[in-house]
Write a protein that binds this ligand. Structure first.
Ligand code: MSP
Length: 599
């Protein structure tokens, strides 16, 4: 049931890139070429299904408007989806809204709206946010849709027919905010705002209530050893490692059967249990099945389902790494390939909450700092293993330093009419970069070439493991090296009347534009609009922007370069406008003097 071919493919691709990387600074040997071809065949001889990829975000509760944390889950998944597309995969990317349950029923009541209109309104806010932030989902599911209701009821019937659901009586703690059942050890004492003693969930801090009712139970306790086998046999099933260990730890604790329905009298807003309209299906079982619904369940679903990858926040790990695999095992279905877990954003060191007034509105921020700006910030600063603190000032400083000054400055320098009056991708002169290092290029320049050559493999590895910040650190390091290269050789001081100087000048610009082409291609999953602008300025056509086109500096390897002599794109505008510090005046992206001058 557990499938591993995908991981093998990734390893093979890494092997190709490792070979390429080590061989770059030395002349190309026929053996290296042969090995490269052999390994490339291993990558392309994949069956049709192995080229499919399926990535999901959690579906978002519609009891309140989207906040920064929601956008973060979506941006991570979007980045993986775009990366897989660049690699030539057929990628399906699902997101959506979780619309059933007591919490939503109560929120609709409080707003004085009928539940469906309330859900439609809030669901639309998520769609709007995602549209504004370049989230390129291929499906947006709402759990109130008919296709989902059918999938949930079918899934329930399968579990029931396999003897895994029985009628019982549940008595214990329940948190409506988390829509979660808790054991006594997970509950603690606290005081509410009026000083009254209450019980709360120790994990989320949300209030819990004692619940006693007749409902259906799922035989969760039967799955402990199968879950352990799955995890031990697939150490990459839950990533990063810290969360994998957390799941193993939970499995050492008591794993009681799980209540999977509520009495209709208490919860009307949900999918009714098949053949028992007095019971409503537990909202987490309902919600988790969304991943199957999008894959096409119960009809034809395996082409996607066999390639499923979930992105989830750490607060919902137990539902995804314990309940969900148990339901799937119970239904006789394959388990997801991987669960990618991320940590949370705090503000001023505290969890975002309405009562603290520290909720960050992602739509407003993406308008203020641009969509690409917010995407870049979240992925550059967000570390999956630990929580990160959000701060507007940090956003401005980071974007100005890395996107406006370093990357934008490099593009600006290399395309400036003063250095490149013909506005073309100039020629590379092999004599300036001889492999015996006896030309005008110095040792540091060769080191830069090696670093940029190996960058795609480094970035791929970090994208695969969802350590996007490490990928961006690596790209940033190379951008700085390329800036250093230009700075070191001061091309603006060369004598254009001298043919040798002119050839060297052209070579400096050619190498720098090649570097920029690699950076622009690799950054597409993070900052799609900025990358598009950059690649268009370099004259790189749409069909030349895939992972397969990442053949850095072919002229150095004695091959033709398709870009040499090609006209640059006509849009010479600023790549990323500098932003004003929030303290200097709240406002829109501002073109400061420096940005205007660079133009
Ligand atoms: N509806 C469930 C998920 C069901 S999936 C079958 C849910 N919804 S949620 O709206 O509360 O959360 C959705 C996602 O947002 C989760 O991945 C959660 O971790 C993430 N975030 C919520 N607050 C967050 C932060 N403060 N920071 C980062 N992400 C956080 O749970």
């Amino acid at each position: 049931m557990m499938r591993i071919p995908y991981l093998c493919i990734v390893r093979n691709c890494k092997a190709v890139q490792r070979v390429q990387q080590s061989a770059f600074s030395t002349p190309i040997s026929p053996q290296w070429n042969q090995q490269r071809i052999k390994l490339r065949c291993m990558c392309t001889h994949l069956s049709k299904n192995d080229r499919n990829y399926y990535i999901t975000t959690p579906i978002f509760y519609v009891n309140a408007s989207p906040h920064l944390g929601h956008l973060y889950s979506a941006v991570i998944a979007d980045c993986l989806h775009r990366y897989k597309l660049l690699q030539g995969f057929n990628s399906k990317f699902a997101t959506g809204t979780d619309e059933h349950g007591l919490k939503i029923q109560q929120a609709a009541d409080a707003a004085g709206k009928d539940p469906l209109s309330f859900c439609t309104e809030v669901s639309e806010r998520f769609r709007h946010l995602f549209r504004s932030c370049s989230i390129s989902h291929t499906d947006f599911i709402r759990t109130t849709e008919q296709r989902h209701r059918l999938a949930v009821q079918h899934f329930w019937s399968v579990l029931q027919n396999r003897g895994l659901i029985y009628k019982g009586s549940y008595e214990g703690w329940y948190s409506t905010q988390d829509e979660s059942f808790l054991t006594p050890t997970q509950v603690g004492d606290a005081l509410d705002s009026s000083g009254k003693e209450i019980k709360i969930s120790l994990e989320s801090g949300h209030r819990v209530e004692w619940m006693k009712e007749e409902n259906y139970m799922f035989r969760l306790s039967e799955f402990r050893s199968q879950l352990l086998d799955w995890l031990r046999g697939n150490p990459e099933a839950v990533q990063p490692e810290r969360f994998y260990q957390a799941v193993l730890q939970w499995l050492q604790e008591d794993l009681p059967d799980l209540s999977v329905s509520r009495q209709r009298s208490r919860l009307q807003w949900g999918v009714p249990v098949p053949d028992d309209p007095e019971q409503t299906i537990y909202v987490w079982l309902d919600a988790l099945v969304n991943y199957l619904t999008v894959a096409g369940y119960p009809d034809k679903y395996d082409q996607w389902w066999n390639e499923a990858h979930h992105v989830v926040g750490k607060d919902i790990l137990k539902f995804h790494a314990i309940y969900w695999p148990s339901f799937l095992l119970g239904a006789g279905l394959p388990l997801p390939q991987a669960i990618h877990v991320h940590s949370h954003w705090t503000v001023g060191g505290k969890k975002m909450s309405k009562s603290l007034g520290n909720v960050v509105d992602p739509l407003e921020r993406s308008q203020r700092f641009t969509t690409d700006g917010m995407r870049y910030f979240l992925l550059r600063q967000g570390v999956p293993d630990s929580d990160c603190d959000y701060n507007d000032d940090k956003v401005v400083k980071l974007l100005n330093a890395e996107l406006a000054d370093t990357l934008g400055g490099l593009l600006n320098r290399c395309t400036a009419p003063s250095l490149n009056p013909a506005q073309v991708y100039p020629s590379f002169c092999p004599d300036s970069f001889p492999s015996d290092q006896s030309g005008r290029a110095v040792a540091e320049d060769y080191r830069m070439l090696d670093a940029v050559k190996s960058l795609p493999a480094v970035v791929a590895q970090h994208y695969e493991s969802m350590h996007v910040y490490k990928a961006l650190e690596a790209v940033g390091g190379c951008v700085r090296q390329t800036n250093g290269f230009v700075q070191r050789h001061t091309p603006w001081k060369l004598d254009r009347g001298d043919s040798k100087d002119q050839r060297w000048l052209d070579t400096i610009i050619h190498v720098s534009l090649e570097c920029l082409r690699i950076y622009g291609t690799l950054l597409q999953p993070i900052v799609p609009e900025t990358s598009n602008k950059l690649l268009s300025r370099l004259g790189v056509q749409r069909g030349e922007r895939s992972w397969a086109a990442l053949n850095f500096l072919p002229r150095y390897q004695g091959m033709d370069c398709p870009f040499e002599g090609r006209a640059l794109g006509s849009d010479s505008g600023v790549l990323f406008s500098r932003l004003e510090s929030p303290n200097a005046g709240k406002g829109k992206p501002i073109k400061t003097k420096k940005a205007a001058k660079l133009r």
